[in-house]
Design a protein around this ligand. Structure first.
Ligand code: HBI
Ligand code: FE
Length: 286
């Protein structure tokens, strides 16, 4: 679960944990880190990322160079789907995170990784949060899914089911794959913002690739420290939205209580297995 340093907003941070982006403070070197990461990803993502993600990059005009100024980014995003990006100092408490999503605000870390740590990230930075997440938020269907997720997140707190719902976020918003025109594409922010995982998730024989099933996903453990051992594949964003929207998860959580968690790499009899992974990569790192 999320760990963050403070339980209350530290001094200078608003009650909703937001801060001014203060775009002027980013140095040329910091803009340069964005440009390197951006160039690397846009060169490899056509043919790999979902068409909906690539369209978002266009609609938001992210190719303009440097860390985006949220004032102009938000004009475009607001026009597309009514979402906004707001700056936060780092990880925020779960209820705060869900409340922002439920109100169509996406929180972004207000810092960028160092030039000597391009592939290393402890907490989500502005490249992960903006390049990874925001293009999908320019898509009307995905935008509604994220809002529904936030509302469901707030409800899950009352059921003590946050850790189950967090798996849904992990295996869709962060590490989701989609079948588009008969081929697999990536759309999860944790993949599209990572050079290594953008290749691994689609092409490596190691991980399992399994058709998406809401209950199956909510039972499946995940790892936060390395490439995933499972990816779940949706057939459409409309499917994801309809599985989630207005879903009263109370009966789902009740059913889940009677079912065991599924160990990370296990395949079940009922799974729609697209790739039965060798797990060679994970074993080599164990
Ligand atoms: N805070 N800044 C930030 N970014 C996140 O992605 C985030 C968070 N706090 C909580 C949280 N995510 C989790 O609850 C979700 O992964 C479910
Ligand atoms: Fe993320």
């Amino acid at each position: 679960m999320t760990s963050h340093i403070f339980d209350r907003p530290p001094p200078g941070v608003r009650a909703d944990w937001t801060i001014d982006q203060n775009w002027e403070k980013f140095s040329d070197e910091e803009h340069g880190v964005w440009d390197i990461l951006f160039a690397r990803q846009v060169a490899m993502l056509p043919g790999r990322a979902s068409e909906r993600f690539l369209r978002g990059v266009d609609v938001l005009k992210l190719e303009q160079g440097g860390i985006p100024d949220f004032r102009t980014l938000n004009e475009r995003l607001m026009a597309a789907t009514g979402w906004q990006v707001v700056a936060v100092p780092g990880l925020v408490p779960d209820d705060v995170f869900f409340d922002h999503l439920a109100n169509r605000r996406f929180v972004s870390g207000n810092f960028i990784r160092r030039a000597d740590q391009l592939d290393y990230l402890q907490e989500p930075d502005v490249f992960h949060d903006v390049f990874g997440h925001v293009p999908m938020l320019a898509d009307p269907v995905f935008a509604d899914y994220m809002q529904a997720y936030g509302a469901g997140g707030l409800r899950s707190l009352g059921f003590g089911a946050l850790h189950k719902l967090a798996r849904l976020y992990w295996y869709t918003v962060e590490f989701g794959l989609i079948r588009e025109n008969g081929a697999l594409r990536i759309y999860g922010a944790g993949i599209v913002s990572s050079y290594g995982e953008s290749v691994f998730a689609l092409n490596d024989p190691s991980p399992n690739r399994i058709g998406f099933d809401l209950m199956r996903v909510m039972r499946t453990q995940y790892r936060i420290d390395d490439f995933q051992q499972n990816y779940f594949v949706i057939d459409s964003f409309e499917q994801l939205l309809s599985d989630t929207r207005d879903a009263d998860f109370a009966p789902v959580y009740r059913d889940l209580e009677r079912l065991d968690d599924i160990a990370i790499a296990d395949i079940l009899a009922g799974d729609d297995v697209i790739t039965h992974g060798s797990q060679a990569y994970a074993l080599s790192r164990a």
